[in-house]
Design a protein around this ligand. Sequence first.
Ligand code: PMP
Length: 424
Amino acid sequence: MDLTTLTHTELSDRLEGLRKEHARLKERGLRLDLTRGKPSAEQLELSEPLLSLPGGGDHSAEDGTDCRNYGGLKGLAELRATFAGLLQVPVEQLVALGNSSLELMYESVVDAVLFGLPGAPGPWQREGRTAMLCPVPGYDRHFALCEKLGIDMIPVPMTESGPDMDEVERLVADERVKGIWCVPKYSNPTGATYAPETVRRLAAMETAAPDFRVFWDNAYAVHQLQGDREPVADILGLCAEYGNADRVFVFGSTSKITAAGSGVAFFGSSPANVTWLLGHLSKRTIGPDKINQLRHARFLPDAEAVHAHMERHAELLRPKFELVDAVLEKRLGDTGIASWTRPQGGYFVSLDVLDGCASRVVQLAKDAGVALTPAGATFPYGKDPRDRNIRIAPSYPRLEELGDALEGLALCAELAAVEKLLAG
Ligand code: PMP
């Protein structure tokens, strides 16, 4: 039933019923959590063999490097070779570093602010206010990083084919604009994959800032749930083709492939940018944890092994994403007050409730023991101008818990909408 067409009396009746249902839900004393995109225990189990690799006596990399010793800032060649194709970076331009890609994003932005980038007139800190484009809804930690470092954020609407490129091309004519955050595949949180034309335009566009960078956070490069493997266009190749070879920083990690927080992070870019980053990193560390890299190289010896492993993740995740869609469809499908994404991969579903209702939904859910990501988290400064977006992270809870949490969330979305409609 389309709630937006109901009369005042019909809405009041509905409100009464929903309030009773909410009260019953509260009485159940649930403690459920749909907040962060963490792998479940069953998913982590898939990588259990990692914990006994490389094993006593196995410490030599393919080139004879003794992984127990210092050195090798670029990371192990065999691991880089496995991920080069998956991240679409030539192996000599891909480096395998620490345990977190977010850390590498932070490092690269800090180095740009303090020291300046290849091709830059100087460090960003000498240029007054600088800004980054932030496709919205987007990843809250990208936004937190900018906020921490005093970089202004300019929201750009996300579409099903990536950021609104007309808007991006218009905004990059301002030389204050130094970069854009992109999660090109199975984006966080909408699940959208950038269309080839979006990638081409990002590579080709003219930017006023000579040191403009695309922060290509390919966190979900191999995290397919269904359908064909969706290829994303080769941004590094396209940037070089359009004469903007230094434009893109590619990031990735095995956080949601092996052990979250104990994986290996990658950085790929033009030769000049790789030399630049390693130059700064070499002042911070003598080299990465090569034993962890060797462990990963043994466990994931080639790209096919990665795909096979990801299919096992998908088998565990698929029913959860199907459940999200089924419950939302059942409870909200014809209400006219909600829409959500049906991603082919990644970790999230993005739910839009009635304008002005997201904060209320999150509060109502919290009262009923269902923790949701704070409303606004998917926008710069935590401010969703339409107060409507909620990120759902279905990976962690068990199926039964997930079902209960979603029923609760859908109830709260309907209750908040009816309250809003009644208030006019
Ligand atoms: N980027 C995106 C888009 C993510 O969703 C996440 C994890 N939530 C990360 C980066 C973090 O990656 P890492 O563990 O490699 O720091």
